[in-house]
Design a binder for this molecule. Structure first.
Ligand SMILES: C[S@@+](CC[C@H](N)C(=O)[O-])C[C@H]1O[C@@H](n2cnc3c(N)ncnc32)[C@H](O)[C@@H]1O
Length: 201
């Protein structure tokens, strides 16, 4: 199966993906990884906290399918990935107040200035996250690109409470789970910028 390296999230094909609201188990904490790729992070989380439910939102359809095949192979019924565009689709997937924690792990950097508009962190994404988070829900971001870390901090700092203190990065991940990119950074000795935010109870 051919899986593309990158797709442009602003392409019209990705603004009308047929989707239905997800049926989430009542009573289980729901964690969502935005741009989940192979969903290794979510599969690790499912091993760490088996009582949770884990959803990956991924714009590369074949990758979402492959992740679902792998989680089925591992017997992880509580990990599911959906082919969707986080820029526009989150309110169609999740009910307001239904998500315990969002993870944005290593968003695509789109280095060229003419491509910056493809970056996913934006005021409208933050508005969606605020609406969909349960009271006291959290947003965790990790990136190895300092400019993206600063952009994310600038968007999240004022509507949400920074768990490390105002304008402060987390020293280490609060999770054992590691995404594929995070493992790569670890192997290469690349610095990772992390932040965690909480919304009001
Ligand atoms: C650099 S990869 C990181 C993947 C994974 N989170 C990790 O840490 O290994 C960024 C992922 O976000 C996905 N992505 C980019 N824009 C997206 C969007 N608008 N909606 C959903 N997924 C998106 C990409 O296809 C890619 O799989």
């Amino acid at each position: 199966m051919r899986i593309r390296q990158h797709v442009n999230p602003l392409k019209s094909d990705f603004f009308g993906i047929p989707l239905a609201a997800l049926a989430l188990p009542a009573g289980a904490p729901v964690e969502v990884e935005l741009g989940s790729a192979e969903a290794w992070f979510l599969m690790d989380r499912a091993s760490e906290v088996p009582a949770g439910h884990y959803v990956g939102v991924e714009i590369r359809r074949e990758l979402a399918w492959a992740a679902n095949e792998e989680s089925a192979r591992r017997g992880l019924a509580n990990v599911q990935c959906v082919f969707a565009n986080m820029t526009v689709d989150l309110p169609r997937l999740f009910a307001p107040g239904s998500v315990t924690r969002f993870h944005l792990n290593f968003p695509d950097p789109w280095f060229k200035s003419r491509q910056h508009k493809r970056r996913v962190m934006s005021p409208s994404l933050v508005r969606d996250l605020q609406t969909l988070l349960a009271p006291g829900g959290e947003v965790h971001v990790a990136t190895d690109i300092f400019e993206l870390a600063l952009d994310a901090m600038a968007e999240l700092e004022s509507p949400l409470a920074n768990l490390a203190g105002p304008w402060t990065f987390l020293r280490q991940s609060p999770f054992q789970a590691r995404s594929r990119r995070e493992r790569q950074c670890h192997d290469e000795g690349t610095r990772i910028w992390r932040m965690a935010y909480r919304c009001a109870e």
